[in-house]
Design a protein around this ligand. Structure first.
Ligand SMILES: [Zn+2]
Length: 495
């Protein structure tokens, strides 16, 4: 055939349903046309692969969002409308690559927002145009999504280092489907296992071994792709839990066998999942920090982890750090504190201000305390004002909006060296790769908050039960959802 015309578009948001702060436009970055290309992300990997494979690539639009609270319907509607209209303007196309997260939720929809988007694209282009999805491993699939999508690829590394490879894998599967003019078969198994991402890091077992099964499955003749999803356990949704998914060129039964085997392998090791980074309570963590001689030491304020969707406004760790005279040279990064930022922004460096901190928590009860702070700098990060303060032995950055400090460049943008200080406190769970690479040591502080790593605080109501570890003695056997080669449902399981 002539060059296949492939549209590339997507919308990615990891939604924390429990967050008290809805997503705002300032949390959203939109790229259009060729601005979508050239990045080491999922759409970038798709575009690069398709270009090198000789396809006619149509980069349309990508909506990237900071993890956070639910996306309001009016914002979701506006974004979806533009995405679909840009796709409609390019039809007909021979295939579509979609970059999604998989844990996007919009209140009022009858299904996940990712599934809603997939179904909308399918309705627009009809049954015969292949659709491939590249997604985060911390997402979910639904039966409707399985029936509507032809090929899947998910991240295989946590911390995430393989977004571009994931996009490329989805694009490769799409071109294979197009060139062979077949409708592939997919089997997906929901695994009733709830894990915070920090218990499923791919550099330690059992997660590493389980993800290593994916290329082994894909080595079998006829298998298009295999995917394992850890899911996003903080959300109480009917499609919650983990999932195993296998796509086969033409054999639905074989896809089901492989997906069930993968799911059983996960289930058999359910007691082995554990935190991939040492954990401790706040007081113990600060005690360790005071005595540590490995620097820089990075402490994650996990309950307020903005990359899991928390609001980042807790000042509890800062308050405790300030209270300890045996700590020195501590940097506390990324506190959402719009009121304090507004008070400081127009003042020159060196100005001393008396600030009340902790009185505008929205995710936790207010816990006000006052501190004399010297302004050490101000600026903007991703369009949001920040102020850097020196308070006693602590350097702290406050932000007008929730911001993710996940890379060394983010830290440097705040005028702070990511290596030279003794201790850093970040609003993360596990460290993202670049910071992990500079940290001599890291600890997860088991702090309270929206992203509390103890899932026992989540009031599950619609999540299918039983589920592990909530129901520790439960028995389970896999029951796959299967999309057969006609694109219809052959058997529907319990996903
Ligand atoms: Zn993720």
């Amino acid at each position: 055939m002539s060059k296949p015309r492939i549209a590339v578009l997507g919308m990615s948001h990891e939604t924390m349903l429990a967050s008290p702060a809805s997503l705002e436009w300032t949390d959203i970055t939109i790229r259009r046309s060729w601005d979508v290309a050239g990045r080491a992300d999922t759409t970038g990997g798709m575009i690069e692969y398709l270009t090198q494979a000789g396809a006619e690539v149509l980069p349309l639009m990508f909506v990237g969002c900071q993890p956070g609270g639910p996306m309001p319907q009016e914002i979701h509607g506006a974004l979806k409308k533009e995405l679909l209209s840009r796709l409609a303007a390019e039809l007909p196309v021979d295939g579509i690559c979609l970059a999604l997260h998989g844990a996007m939720e919009v209140p009022g929809l009858q299904t996940s927002a990712d599934t809603d988007f997939v179904l909308s694209v399918r309705n627009l282009v009809g049954r015969d145009v292949p659709i491939a999805v590249g997604m985060d491993m911390h997402g979910h699939v639904t039966p409707e999504g399985v029936h509507s999508v032809d090929a899947w690829s998910g991240f295989r590394t946590a911390p995430h280092r393989d977004a571009a490879e994931t996009g490329a894998a989805a694009a490769a599967q799409l071109l294979s489907v197009i060139s062979k003019t077949r409708s592939p078969c997919t089997a997906a198994v929901r695994i009733p296992l709830l894990l915070p991402g920090e218990c499923a890091m791919t550099d330690s077992d059992p997660t590493r071994s389980l993800f290593e099964m994916l290329p082994e499955i894909e080595a079998e003749h006829g298998v298009l792709g295999a995917m394992l999803l850890v899911g996003f356990a903080w959300n109480d949704v009917p499609w919650g839990g983990m999932a195993a998914l296998v796509t086969h060129e033409d054999d639905a039964d074989r896809a089901a066998v492989l997906a069930c085997d993968l799911a059983r392998a996960v289930w058999s090791r359910r007691h082995e999942f554990a935190f991939g980074v040492p954990t401790c309570g706040l007081a113990d963590g600060l005690e360790i920090a005071a005595r540590a001689d490995e620097h820089p030491l990075y402490l994650s304020d996990t309950g307020d982890n903005v990359t899991a969707g928390a609001f980042g406004d807790s000042t509890n760790v800062l308050r405790e750090v300030l209270a300890r005279s045996d700590l020195s040279d501590v940097v506390v990064l990324g506190i959402t504190a719009p009121t304090a930022v507004a008070r400081c922004m127009d003042k020159p460096a060196g100005t001393v201000v008396t600030l009340t901190l902790g009185d505008d928590h929205i995710a936790q009860p207010p816990a006000p305390f006052t501190a004399d702070a010297t302004i050490a700098g101000t600026g903007q990060l991703d369009g949001s004002d920040w102020v850097k303060l020196k308070i006693a032995h602590v350097t702290v950055t406050l932000h007008a909006h929730r911001r993710m400090i996940t890379t060394v460049d983010h830290i440097r943008a705040l005028g702070i060296d990511p290596r030279q200080h003794a201790v850093y406190v970040v609003k993360l769970g596990y460290l993202h790769p670049e910071i992990e690479d500079v940290a001599a040591r890291s600890l997860l502080l088991l702090t309270d908050g929206t992203a509390n790593l103890d899932l026992g605080h989540v009031a599950y109501e619609v999540l299918p039960r039983p589920a592990f570890p909530l129901d520790p003695k439960m028995k389970w056997t896999p029951c796959p959802v299967i999309r057969d080669s006609t694109g219809g449902t052959k058997r529907t399981g319990s996903i």
